[in-house]
Design a protein around this ligand. Structure first.
Ligand code: GLU
Length: 294
């Protein structure tokens, strides 16, 4: 069997925190335990929030963690041509449509419905599902927006995509650490309807997180995607895109999350748990490992 290939794929849109340390170290440990390789991928498609300074700090943090990874590192901002090509292939299937509603319009539509007592479905991240332009904009207004060059998102028609695929999809879920790394895979049924019509790209950005991640995992020959439990449900969307684009399917290993003292998921906006500030406050490697349960 060929060597497993793992990747740690952070976004330099803020400083890395304890949760990233856990993810990076679990990827490194799993690669060693399974005789595999480790790649680092810089997920910097959001060119307004990701900066060269944050990327430099990120590599310093990873070096401090003692992480070793292969060179060269793939930077998503260098790969837009690959995403554009994948997007065009999806557009050719007729399953992608330009969606003109602004975030504020979606919000108003949903709160109006909820004020009437109707519930509106939300995706696993808590965002309301896209209602479809037709539900909100009269056709004439939609055409005017399209003609005036208004901004839009390219969305996947999830219902049609599932009909096109025509079968229940699955992924293989395995353990992320310790003896569980070697346990047999569990077969997880994909539930992509829970996400509704996901965004694949925007007028000025030829990709979204979901699209670039599946394209890169395939291009880089990733066999094992080991990442946080917060991305568990996103795997359903990734499976649909892999199927539509005929991409190879990696195994998935979602790991536990590190919670802050308030019991909530850590966020890059809270500098108290950033690796930089903990390091500056004198935290040692041993203390770090203890804090993240390694
Ligand atoms: N770039 C994503 C993040 O920092 C991780 C993507 C992934 O592992 O699939 O949350």
């Amino acid at each position: 069997m060929s060597k497993p290939v793992f990747r740690f794929a952070p976004s330099p849109n803020g400083h890395l925190h304890l949760g990233h340390a856990l993810s990076a170290l679990l990827n490194a440990r799993a690669a060693v335990a399974l005789g595999g390789r480790l790649l680092v991928r810089v997920e910097d498609i959001d060119q307004t929030r990701c900066t060269p300074e944050l990327e430099r700090d990120m590599f310093q943090d990873l070096a401090w963690l003692g992480l070793r990874w292969e060179q060269p590192v793939v930077r998503q901002s260098d790969c837009f041509a690959f995403y554009r090509e994948a997007l065009e292939r999806l557009q050719d299937t007729g399953l992608v449509y330009p969606a003109y509603l602004t975030r504020a319009e979606i919000k108003t539509f949903v709160s109006d419905r909820e004020a009437e007592g109707a519930s509106w479905p939300r995706d696993p991240d808590g965002a309301p599902l896209y209602p479809g332009d037709a539900a909100v904009l009269i056709e004439e207004k939609r055409e005017r927006r399209a003609a005036s060059g208004a901004s839009f998102a390219l969305r996947l028609d999830m219902k049609k995509a599932q009909e096109r695929i025509g079968k229940q999809l699955f992924w293989e879920e395995l353990g992320a650490e310790g003896p569980a790394l070697f346990e047999p895979a569990r077969k997880i049924a994909v539930d992509a309807s829970a996400w509704g019509d996901v965004v694949l790209a925007r007028k000025d950005t030829p990709t979204s997180y979901h699209l670039s991640v599946v394209v890169d995992d395939a291009r880089q020959g990733i066999t094992d995607v080991l990442r946080g439990q917060d991305l568990y449900h996103a795997t359903s969307v990734h499976r649909v895109l892999q199927e539509l684009l005929a991409l190879p399917v990696p195994r998935y290993r979602h790991h536990r999350l590190i919670l802050g003292d308030d019991g909530r998921k850590l966020s890059k906006s809270n500098s108290d748990t950033s690796l930089r500030s903990l390091r500056a406050a004198g935290m040692t490697h041993a203390q770090l490992r203890k804090r993240i349960g390694l």
